[in-house]
Design a protein around this ligand. Structure first.
Ligand code: OSB
Ligand code: MG
Length: 361
């Protein structure tokens, strides 16, 4: 288990925090001579969800790894079955599942997307731009992203940094594919503000209401033309079914790291596909390891919308893996080549950015 701290090229402000670096918990697992990597999407703080690097480290060491060591023989499916005894902690589970999948694909000498049953294809790009102090800085970031042909641009909003800003952005960029992410900053009492979003032709409004709410989002969606997209509220397939049955959203942001890993994410996208809910792959400012998983995930058929997958240089001056993710001139991203996740951890850079290292078994 490693924790690395990578400085972000620019600070990232949301309605819940300002991040200046990405402190990522990484897992390295070995089986025979094959080595796999997983990334946990937790942060040091519980501001996006209750899991943190410390809780994930505890759950991984004291509960998840002991599940593995108690099994003589296992597959990813049987491991996930045995993980069910441990409630919640989806981010911790995803990190372990990710490493096991990387190993499995490498043992078969196939790319991860093939193991998942995805199609070999180029992946759409998207960028998530944090709340800016000055509107000129926001315009500059949007202009740059638009010039690079990002397939859609998401801006973070919060109360009092919403309608006026979106009005100005739409005036300056009438044609871009645009959406807004509120990270739970509103309640139904703010319906007058949220209804105001309808005039900006947004692809969607992401997670407007409380982080664990599904019911009130359904009341909201009935009153909005703008599609509601759920992020924080969806932790598993059951939440997805609840949201679909209640009509809480038209779109779901599937972060594999948030829902317990690639296998669970695949189940959710399959259910959404059958129920006419569009999905896309979200991001958590992952290092190149987590980003590679997110890229492979998007080869599955449900991922019809561009996700939060940007090029490496949008996040870090130097990442711990090679090759970095880059955008093609048409804005698409290639799936990393090679067995497993297809990116290689550069040990010199791991050493450079490492703030913690512990051997578990
Ligand atoms: O709500 O989607 C979010 C980053 C950290 C925590 C939550 C979110 C985000 C992002 C960034 O929007 C997505 C990315 O580019 O990785
Ligand atoms: Mg979000």
């Amino acid at each position: 288990m490693f924790i690395v701290r990578l400085p972000l090229v620019s600070s990232f402000e949301t309605s819940f925090s300002v991040q200046t670096n990405r402190e990522a918990l990484l897992l390295k697992m070995a089986s025979d001579d094959v080595c796999g990597w997983g990334e946990c999407v937790t942060s040091p703080d519980p501001y996006y969800c209750y899991e943190t690097n410390a809780t994930a480290s505890h759950i991984i060491q004291d509960f998840l790894i002991p599940v593995l060591t108690a099994m003589n023989d296992f597959t990813v499916e049987t491991v996930l079955k045995n993980f069910e005894q441990i409630r919640g902690h989806h981010m911790a589970k995803a990190a372990v599942e990710n490493a096991l999948l990387d190993i499995t694909a490498k043992k078969h000498d196939i790319p991860l997307f093939e193991l998942l049953g995805g199609a070999s294809k180029k992946i759409m790009s998207g960028i998530s731009i944090g709340i800016q102090e000055r509107i000129d800085d926001l315009f500059e970031s949007i202009g740059k992203a638009s010039d690079k042909n990002y397939h859609r641009i998401k801006i973070k909003i919060k109360k009092n940094k919403d309608i006026e800003i979106l009005k100005n952005v739409r005036k300056a960029f009438p044609d871009i594919k645009l959406m807004a992410d509120a990270n739970s900053d509103y309640t139904l009492e703010d319906i007058h503000i949220l209804k105001g979003l309808d005039e900006f032709n947004l692809m969607m409004i992401e997670q407007p209401l409380n982080y664990d709410d599904i019911y009130f989002h359904a009341r909201l969606q009935k009153q909005l033309e703008t599609p509601v997209c759920l992020d924080e509220s969806i932790k598993n397939l059951n939440d997805t079914k609840t949201a679909v049955e209640l009509g809480s959203c038209k779109i779901i942001n599937i972060k594999q790291g948030r829902v317990g890993g690639m296998t669970k994410a695949k189940e959710i996208q399959g259910y959404c596909l059958d129920n006419a809910i569009q999905t896309w792959s979200g991001g958590m400012l992952e290092t190149g390891i987590g980003r590679a998983f997110n890229l492979h995930l998007q080869t599955l058929p449900g991922f019809v919308l561009p996700g939060d997958t940007s090029e490496t240089s949008r996040y870090f001056a130097e990442d711990i893996v090679d090759k970095p993710v880059t955008l093609r001139p048409d804005g698409f991203i290639e799936i990393p080549q090679g067995a497993g996740i297809g990116v290689k951890v550069v040990s010199k850079r791991l050493d450079k950015f490492k703030v913690f290292h512990q051997k578990i078994i």
